[in-house]
Design a protein around this ligand. Structure first.
Ligand code: FAD
Length: 392
């Protein structure tokens, strides 16, 4: 892969809206990506292997649970800093950002928000440092967009509960020591449980054959009469609002992350358009190519402003899940379109691993699907503005 020459686009001087601390955090993660991710990621993606070494690295960098308080090993940072971290990680690769999103928003967040003090002490510092990797099990083979239909269940067994069922499409699963799993109890309430690798009857088969997020490990969680101590149940939440609140946090990170991938595609195409000559001119001199670039930077700029404003609302505790849905959907849409246009601008070179665009393009097909599909986020916005549920 060519050397990482990334220069971040900032057409509307959005940097002026950031604090010095936020800029420093972004710079730190950007340098890390240039040094540790860009040189290796294409190779891992081609081989469909998870670069395990990034787990402690991301921990050291503070990318796991950056908004979790420092007393539990988190960074105690604000939401714009968190967003910028996800933007920079996904600028490198959506799979790397997925690892951090799952760990921070889907595993550490529910333990922090709904866990007992003992659970927080036991799990959060190890997850924050990257000593342990976590995963989040909500999706099932027959229940994706509609998690309310889940059939994974727990039954009372004295000091334990007995867990049965299966989860599919679970990021980090094959390498995770800890899984936050959502299952129905005998009353039909959704409960969160912390399931540890090594518990009898718990396996995590790897999902093979993905053309997308190839450098992220995906797997199943299979529970065959797994005895989970009751002390591993998250005491602070019952019902779907548990997993949905986690998804809101992760979707917020995706809104920033997907735009990072878009920025990388734009920056690569812009540079290429000035270097590549056809018909005696750089291809950037042709109006058709300028149209593509002009539309890309317009959409990136709109997305940057939307994300920044959403970050402010998150910091003030005023952001709604529906606003997060809109931003997630917008960034994924913008990024998938930009990746496709950028890839075409590179002609034949665009389909090779010499450049990052094709990898981003394929990764973004997962990003636009997970954590609520493009359609589902549209329905969320539709319901919010009309007050009418069009899901069922
Ligand atoms: P379905 O729900 O079957 O949807 C199929 C199609 O129908 C979609 O186009 C959808 O938009 C459409 N559709 C569904 N309902 C409606 C409706 N009411 N109206 C109109 N259209 C509708 N899940 C986890 O729990 N943890 C993870 O870590 C995780 N990681 C993932 C990693 C990857 C690489 C992928 C691909 C997925 C991951 N997922 C994870 C699962 C992901 O969240 C689901 O794939 C997603 O929610 C969609 O569910 P589904 O695949 O079952 O599609």
């Amino acid at each position: 892969m060519a050397t990482d020459q990334f220069q971040s686009p900032d057409y509307f001087l959005v940097d002026d809206l950031l604090t010095d601390e936020q800029k420093l955090i972004r710079e730190t993660v950007r340098s890390y990506v240039k040094k540790e991710i860009s040189p290796i990621i294409e190779d891992f993606a081609q081989r469909a292997e998870f670069p395990e070494q990034i787990v402690p690295q991301l921990g050291d960098l503070g990318c796991f649970g950056p908004t979790i308080p420092a007393e539990y090993g988190g960074g105690g940072l604000d939401y714009i800093s968190y967003g910028l971290m996800m933007q920079e990680l996904e600028r490198g690769d959506s799979g790397v950002r997925s690892t951090a999103s799952v760990q921070g928003s889907l595993v550490m967040f529910p333990i922090h928000a709904y866990g007992s003090e003992e659970q927080k002490q036991k799990y959060l510092p190890k997850l924050a440092s990257g000593e342990w990797l976590g995963c989040f099990g909500l999706t099932e083979p027959d229940h994706g967009s509609n998690p309310a239909g889940m059939i994974t269940n727990i039954k009372d067994a004295g000091d334990d509960v007995v867990l049965n069922g299966a989860k599919l499409w679970i990021s980090n699963a094959p390498f995770a020591q800890v899984a936050v799993v959502w299952a129905k109890d005998e009353a039909g309430d959704v409960r969160g449980l912390i399931v540890e690798r090594g518990m009898e009857g718990f396996t995590t088969p790897t999902t093979h054959g993905k053309w997308s997020l190839r450098a992220s490990a995906t797997g199943e969680l299979v529970f065959d009469n797994v005895r989970v101590p009751k002390e591993n149940i998250l005491p602070g939440v019952k019902g779907l609002k548990g997993p949905l609140s986690c998804l809101t946090k992760a979707r917020y990170g995706i809104a920033w992350g997907a735009l990072g991938a878009a920025m990388d595609c734009y920056d690569t195409a812009l540079r290429y358009s000035k270097e590549r000559e056809q018909f005696g001119k750089p291809i950037g001199a042709f109006q058709l190519q300028q149209k593509k670039l002009a539309e890309m930077i317009t959409e990136i700029t709109k997305g940057q402003l939307l994300n920044w404003r959403l970050g402010v609302l998150m910091n003030e505790g005023r952001a709604t899940p529906q606003q997060v849905s809109m931003a997630k959907r917008n960034s994924c849409d913008v990024a998938t379109n930009i990746a496709r246009q950028a890839r075409q601008m590179l002609g034949g070179m665009g389909i090779t691993g010499e450049y990052s665009i094709m990898r981003h393009m394929m990764n973004l097909e997962s990003v636009i699907t997970y954590e609520g599909t493009h359609d589902i986020h549209l329905l969320i916005t539709g319901m919010d503005v009309t007050g009418i549920n069009a899901f069922g």
